[in-house]
Design a protein around this ligand. Structure first.
Ligand SMILES: Nc1ncnc2c1ncn2[C@@H]1O[C@H](COP(=O)(O)OP(=O)(O)O)[C@@H](O)[C@H]1O
Ligand SMILES: O=P(O)(O)OC[C@H](O)CO
Length: 512
């Protein structure tokens, strides 16, 4: 409920994430007024495949927006804009005449396009994709997922060619539905989401016709690329139309870019890392498009209205928090995620065990889809408590590998790492992170930086906030961890970690 400290008006932000959708209402100081959240089903049709039901997601989005508005005790007149942030790369195709998805959405973690990516590498070459889109050929990205759907859903290519099919990452799907759906919904995406499709040229910020043709995605199904902060349309029709009709839909950013913005990393060199299902470290590189030679992604950080584009370097780690979930749900070694800390603290160290969770291959900086998970260094001495340590250390070491790559690519030392996300509740992990990075790690008061970033961008678009300097003043430190590990231990442990990483590679062979 609102109180004297949170007088309106407000901005609402929708975070359509991998495991849940949530809506948060923020006040002018960037403080949280209310939150509503709902999980959706994770569909695993085959090993390596992950799908979501896009209709379920849209239903949940409507519910959480209504829920957050109700919990805040506010009405349409109190809300100046709605912003969107979303899990990136997850791909849905739908019929623009009926609004029905043609298939479940294919989720970013899904590896079904591995073979297609290898084929594209052989026929077109890796370098061309990297040069034009900033991305290595990997099953992670949206373009090849769209091609898979066009190849595997009966009659879809013909319907796409006839102009009946629309492509979207989850921002496009949510915005199209929010702004009217079949009755004139806006088919748009923003530059950050477009930069994850492998179809956008980073230099022109438009769809790259030749790349789209080589992947096999017709241009007519693609949304219009817009900035991350501008009014795309108004809430119209349906359940939300009654409740919030007329409110501008005024921002869209991929969730990791939204977190960069919410952490107010507005200066070149500032870096954040978000610890959720996966982990994503993003560094603001200003107006520079830095080609990565060390295994990072070159991507768009944000673009506010007609201001110049801000670029970024990103290190993406597929499995971090989901490894803790796996210990809980598949192994039954803990009953809550938080218990991993208690279990890990019951021993002094990892007992010699190193756990490399290459469940979806290895993302940055290796980009090896043939890798699979290993636990190395096992002896009879190792207990489940040592494994709990190894699980947490896996997140820290994977971050270290990316931090090293960022230093190589950007030439900038990591001064401080701003962190957020569910895993930052784990003190042992955060201390370990500061130790292995040999740099301070800081967490802000508002840990919901993803929604906050989307709210900030929407608020800037409608003049609710006047400038990014006003936003910077809202960032306040809640916790800080400083390095305590001696260099000899750090170097020895890192060497062991890298040895374990090597052992994951080449597990899958070409025909697998
Ligand atoms: N105390 C904890 N220690 C370690 N991992 C945790 C802890 N609490 C939550 N997690 C992990 O964090 C993830 C949830 O974080 P969240 O930021 O909500 O993720 P997402 O936005 O990706 O859904 C889960 O994978 C969970 O296993
Ligand atoms: O929804 P999250 O927080 O797991 O984020 C997923 C990323 O956007 C994938 O690139």
């Amino acid at each position: 409920m609102t109180d004297a400290h949170t007088a309106g008006p407000f901005i609402a932000a929708i975070d359509q994430g991998t495991t849940s959708s949530r809506c948060i209402v923020f006040d002018r100081d960037g403080r949280i007024v209310s939150v509503d959240q709902k999980e959706h089903e994770q569909i695993f049709p085959k090993p390596g495949w992950v799908e979501h039901n896009a209709n379920e997601i849209w239903t949940n989005v409507q519910e959480v927006v209504a829920g957050a508005v109700e919990k805040a005790g506010i009405t349409r007149d109190d809300i100046k804009a709605i912003g969107i942030t979303n899990q990136r790369e997850t791909t849905v195709l739908w019929d623009k005449n009926t609004g029905e998805p043609v298939h479940n959405a294919i989720v970013w973690q899904d590896t079904r396009t591995d073979a297609l990516c290898r084929e594209l590498g052989r026929n077109v070459g890796q370098d061309r994709f990297r040069r034009e889109t900033g991305l290595p050929l990997a099953s992670y990205f949206a373009g090849p997922k769209a091609r898979w759907l066009l190849d595997h859903v009966d009659g879809l290519k013909e319907r796409a060619e006839a102009g009946d099919i629309l492509f979207g990452t989850m921002d496009s799907w949510v915005i199209w539905n929010l702004t009217g759906g079949v009755d004139g919904g806006r088919h748009v995406t923003d530059v950050t989401n477009a930069s994850r499709t492998m179809l956008m040229n980073l230099h022109t910020m438009q769809w790259d016709e030749k790349i789209a043709e080589s992947i096999g995605v017709p241009l007519q199904i693609l949304p219009e690329i817009r900035s991350s902060a501008e009014v795309y349309g108004e809430v119209t029709g349906g359940r939300l139309g009654e409740l919030l009709g007329g409110i501008p839909v005024a921002s869209a950013l991929g969730d990791q870019q939204a977190a960069l913005f919410g952490q107010t990393c507005f200066t070149e060199g500032e870096t954040k890392s978000t610890y959720g299902t996966g982990t994503f470290m993003v560094m603001n590189t200003g107006s520079k498009i830095i080609n990565s030679y060390a295994g990072l992604l070159t991507t768009v950080g944000y673009k506010i209205g007609d201001q110049p584009t801000v670029y970024a370097l990103e290190g993406s780690i597929a499995v971090t928090g989901s490894l803790v979930q796996w210990m809980r749900d598949q192994m039954g070694l803990i009953s809550t995620a938080a218990e991993i800390e208690t279990l890990a603290l019951s021993v002094e160290d990892n007992g010699g065990a190193y756990f490399v969770p290459a469940f979806s291959g290895l993302f940055a900086p290796h980009w090896r889809s043939d890798a699979r998970g290993v636990i190395a260094g096992l002896t009879r001495y190792v207990t489940k408590a040592h494994l709990a340590r190894a699980v947490l250390e896996a997140t820290a070491w994977q971050t270290r590998e990316i931090a090293d790559a960022m230093v190589k690519d950007s030439g900038d030392e990591l001064v401080t790492l701003k962190v957020d996300g569910g895993m930052t509740a784990n003190n042992l992990l955060m201390q370990n992170l500061a130790d292995v990075l040999d740099a301070p790690v800081v967490r802000p008061m508002v840990a919901e930086t993803t929604c906050l970033g989307a709210a900030y961008a929407a608020g800037l678009a409608v003049g609710f906030w006047s400038s990014i300097d006003e936003l910077r003043a809202n960032w306040r430190r809640a916790a800080e961890w400083t390095p305590r590990m001696d260099a000899e231990t750090r170097d020895r442990e890192y060497k062991n970690w890298l040895k374990a990483v090597e052992r994951t590679m080449g597990w899958l062979e070409d025909e697998d």
